[in-house]
Every structure is written in structure tokens, then in C-alpha cells.
Design a protein around this ligand. Structure first.
Ligand SMILES: Nc1ncnc2c1ncn2[C@@H]1O[C@H](COP(=O)(O)OP(=O)(O)OP(=O)(O)O)[C@@H](O)[C@H]1O
Length: 384
């Protein structure tokens, strides 16, 4: 089933939950809607399900306007973050109840098989006899998810279905979820505020902010061509580094002289540097250059640089071991930047050690400077 929201506006009193939201989810797609708390994610799902009516705008399912169509008749199955389960009934009964409704009734043996298969995938087979009221939050959440997935639907609407699981379980369930046959073949609109989850699961991702979609794209598009600094900051941990500067006459970048400009280039020594970015912006524009921590490399001593890659010179501020990698925070002039390096390359580093960092020009992103009224938008360059 395809899902489309066209110019959907929804207010609650003086709160605007959805502000002319436009969204299209294609048939069979796993679409992640990512945004911070209060952005309008749950309201979007409820509007698609028919549990909320838009003040204006329309919801179309398979191209048909759903205005006036009851939730029950929309063919979508929704899983709430605050799961509505029957606490006194067994987990099995909770999973089985959707299959007893006149619309979805299945022969008992088939229902048993289906429940067994879903329970197996969700790791809840051992809990089926227990009353749901006695289960942990994480266990209940999996029952609630199972309840949605067990019945045939033309689209699944899932609202943070893994949020109550511990990190390890969440990670394994994430992998399982996409492998579930029903999910593979059914349009799924999945709400999360976790960018790692969105990147792992989404065929496409929609970033929602203040009731509007800011950007829609594949994970590559969102990662390499973020709409603005806020989208860039939302994806990737540690966060993207954003360093201030201005656009030069030739469309390059000149670092802001924040007390000892950190950039140098090629064999030149430390000092203010110009990066030829081919920026589509007028000279003098205040900008931010974005570099993700994993795209910054420590220049190894004695290896020099190839003369083409920009080099940043600074001193180590602090290091933190992240499993097999190390996050190194480097002081550059008045700024701090983080980079993630393989442990072997970074374990010897101590605070105040001088370091030189390199970055591939194609890994530099350019943005307008942030303004009070809105985050800086990405500026096209010729280096990527
Ligand atoms: N029933 C309601 N009555 C009044 N205001 C509401 C209601 N439901 C949602 N809102 C408001 O609408 C806005 C969007 O809420 P929504 O629940 O859609 O956000 P969300 O992105 O799902 O957030 P979260 O991640 O915290 O669940 C919020 O400001 C919220 O307070």
C-alpha cells in the first residue's frame, strides 16, 4: 500500500502538531520518520491510521482519499509506544486476539503457526503463557509489536516499537525486524527519534521538525547531502564538527581567525587557510564547514601529506576509548573538533600532544552559518 499525506495540518488548541505535512511512502517500502520529541511523529501515524482527523489536507492510501474512512476500514495496523494490551490475559491471548476479529479470523491451526513464528522471531516464545501484566516493559513492548505483525495488514505503522528494550536487545531486534517476512513485503512507516535506528532500518528516511518534513531521502542522501546543519547534527555520533569561516572570492572557504586559525594546507605551515570548495555562495558569506569525526584522520608521523589534502594542526585535548576506536578531541585555535581513530593509532596520544589532521576534500560539507530563526542550509560545492 502506498501512503501519502498532502498538506496535512493538525492543531490541538494552540499547539500546531502538523503544519502542512507532505509525505509519501511507496508500496513495500520501510520508511523511517525521524524527529525530536514533539515534532509530530505520533500525530502523523494517528492521522494515517484515522485515529485523528486533519484540520486540513488529506491522507491517501493507494491513491484514495481516506477522509471519512474509519480506522478499521483502512487496512493499516498500528503499534503504539504506549501499548494497549490486555494485562490479565496471557501473552498468547494478546497475540491471538487480532486474529479472532471477523476481519482477520484465521483457522485455529494457522493462527497458532503464525503466532508461534512471530513469537520465535521476537524472542517471546517462552512468555506466551504468562499474563502480560506480569511482564517487564521490554517484554510487553515485544508482545505489542507481535500483536501488530501477526495479523495481515497492507501497512504497518510502528511508533518507537523498540524504545523500551535494552541496547543489546534493541540492536538484535532491529536486525530481526527487517527480516520478518511480513515486514519485508508490507509498507512500513516507522517512527523513531534514534538516528542510528533510522539509518539501520530505513529504505528511506524522512526528517520531521515542528510538524513539517525537512528532508526525505535514502540514508546516503541524508548523510552526504543533509538539508541543513540540524539534519547534519542529528546523524552520526560523535556529532559532525562545524567550523566557522567565510566564503572567499573564488568560492573557497577561509577559516575564521578564532585565536590562531587552525587550518593549513599541504606543505605550508600552520596559519589561515583557504579551501577551494567551489562554493555556490557569494564572497563574504558566513559559513560553517562540516567534517564528520570518522572522516578526519591523524596524519602519521614521517608520512607527510600528499599536498592535496587540507591539514588541521592542533593539540590533543582529551581522548576517550570507544571499544576498538578512540574518540580524540583536538583543540584547534579557539575550537574543539572530534575525530574517531583506530585504537592503535591513538593510544599513545596524551593531552597537549601536537597533532595534524587530514581530511579528503570530498568529505567536507558546507553550510550557511546558523541563524537565530533557522539552522544553516547546506551550500552546494564542486568538491563532492
Ligand atoms: N491529544 C493532544 N492534545 C494536545 N496536544 C497534543 C496532543 N497530541 C499531541 N499534542 C502536541 O502536538 C505536538 C506533536 O506531538 P506528537 O506526539 O505527534 O510528537 P512526537 O514527535 O510523536 O513526540 P514524541 O517523540 O515525544 O512522542 C506536541 O507539541 C504535543 O504536545
Amino acid at each position: 500500500m502506498s501512503i501519502a499525506l498532502r498538506g496535512v495540518r493538525k492543531t490541538y488548541g494552540r499547539t500546531t502538531a502538523l503544519d502542512g505535512l507532505e509525505l509519501e511512502v511507496h508500496e513495500g517500502e520501510f520508511f523511517c520518520l525521524l524527529g525530536p520529541s514533539g515534532a509530530g511523529k505520533t500525530t502523523t501515524l494517528k492521522t494515517v491510521a484515522g485515529l485523528e482527523q486533519p484540520d486540513s489536507g488529506t491522507v491517501e492510501l493507494d491513491g484514495t482519499d481516506m477522509t471519512g474512512v474509519e480506522p478499521y476500514d483502512r487496512g493499516v495496523a498500528m503499534c503504539f509506544e504506549s501499548y494497549a494490551l490486555y494485562p490479565h490475559r496471557s501473552a498468547y491471548d494478546n497475540l491471538a486476539s487480532p486474529l479472532r476479529s471477523p476481519r482477520h479470523r484465521l483457522p485455529a491451526a494457522e493462527a497458532r503457526d503464525r503466532i508461534g513464528a512471530i513469537a520465535e522471531l521476537l524472542g517471546i516464545s517462552g512468555l506466551l503463557d504468562r499474563p502480560v501484566g506480569q511482564l517487564s516493559n521490554g517484554q510487553r513492548q515485544r508482545i505489542a509489536l507481535g500483536r501488530v505483525l501477526v495479523r495481515p495488514a497492507r501497512a504497518f505503522l510502528l511508533d518507537e516499537p523498540l524504545s523500551h528494550l535494552d541496547a543489546k536487545l534493541r540492536q538484535s531486534m532491529r536486525a530481526e525486524l527487517k527480516a520478518i517476512g511480513a515486514v519485508q513485503h508490507t509498507t512500513t512507516l516507522y517512527v523513531t527519534h534514534d538516528s542510528v535506528e533510522a539509518l539501520a532500518l530505513g529504505d528511506r528516511i524522512g526528517v520531521i521538525r515542528d510538524g513539517r518534513i525537512v528532508q526525505t531521502g535514502t540514508r546516503e542522501e541524508i548523510w552526504y547531502r543533509p538539508y541543513d546543519t540540524e539534519v547534519a547534527r542529528a546523524f552520526g555520533r560523535p556529532r559532525i564538527n562545524l567550523l566557522p569561516g567565510t566564503i572567499t572570492e573564488g568560492g573557497g572557504f577561509r577559516s575564521a581567525d578564532g585565536g590562531g586559525a587552525p587550518w593549513s594546507r599541504g606543505a605550508k605551515t600552520s596559519g589561515e587557510v583557504e579551501l577551494p570548495l567551489g562554493a555556490e555562495a557569494s564572497p563574504g558569506t558566513d559559513v560553517l564547514v562540516g567534517v564528520r569525526p570518522r572522516d578526519l584522520a591523524l596524519e602519521r608521523e614521517g608520512h607527510g601529506t600528499d599536498g592535496r589534502r587540507p591539514v588541521l594542526t592542533g593539540t590533543v585535548y582529551v581522548t576517550e576509548v570507544l571499544g576498538r576506536a578512540v574518540e580524540v578531541t583536538v583543540r584547534l585555535g579557539g575550537q574543539h573538533v572530534s575525530l574517531v581513530a583506530p585504537r592503535a593509532e591513538a593510544t599513545h596520544l596524551r593531552p597537549d600532544d601536537p597533532v595534524r589532521l587530514t581530511v579528503r576534500p570530498e568529505n567536507l560539507l558546507l553550510f550557511e552559518a546558523d541563524r537565530p530563526e533557522r539552522p544553516g542550509r547546506r551550500i552546494e560545492t564542486s568538491t563532492r
